[in-house]
Design a protein around this ligand. Structure first.
Ligand code: C2G
Length: 131
């Protein structure tokens, strides 16, 4: 049984999120997803997500390819999360390339190509244009 772990805000769920979660699951047997807390997202991006953490957690939990979810409270706690969830593989999009190589002594670390042409930020500005 190979467990894959990945992290993200997954705000305003879109095809880029679904693609990386499906690809992450295909690399193992079980997929565990750390969903960034509202406070962590504010510290990373200087704005709160559109959907609160409780809703983002439920949306990600409801996907077929996801086996377990938890709230990611800090970027610095990855070692703890990897050990707690017995993860064999850490997957992130390649916008994070190299950033989590320090965890290679705990598990395999791979960065997958981002889906081109879509992001939550672009979606938000697109929706704003219609208001
Ligand atoms: N992603 C993707 N293609 C896109 C947009 C996002 O593959 N077009 C991937 C990102 O690379 C990331 C995941 O989807 O691996 C979640 O993206 P975000 O919700 O933007 O999360 P992020 O802010 O990158 O949070 O500890 C790490 C962070 O919590 C990651």
């Amino acid at each position: 049984m190979r467990t894959v772990i990945t992290f993200g805000t997954f705000d305003v769920l879109h095809i880029g999120h679904v693609n990386i979660l499906k690809r992450a699951k295909s690399l193992g047997d079980r997929l565990v997803v750390g969903v960034s807390s509202d406070a962590l997202n504010f510290s990373k991006k200087q704005r709160y997500p559109v959907y609160p953490e409780s809703e983002r957690l439920e949306i990600i939990r409801s996907l077929d390819c996801v086996d377990d979810v938890f709230i990611e409270h800090s970027l610095e706690l990855k070692a703890k999360y990897i050990k707690e969830h017995h993860a064999d593989i850490l997957i992130m999009g390649d916008d994070w390339a190299g950033k989590f190589d320090i965890y290679k002594d705990l598990c395999e670390v791979f960065y997958l190509p981002r889906t081109a042409g879509i992001s939550t930020t672009e979606l938000i500005s697109h929706i704003k244009k219609y208001n």
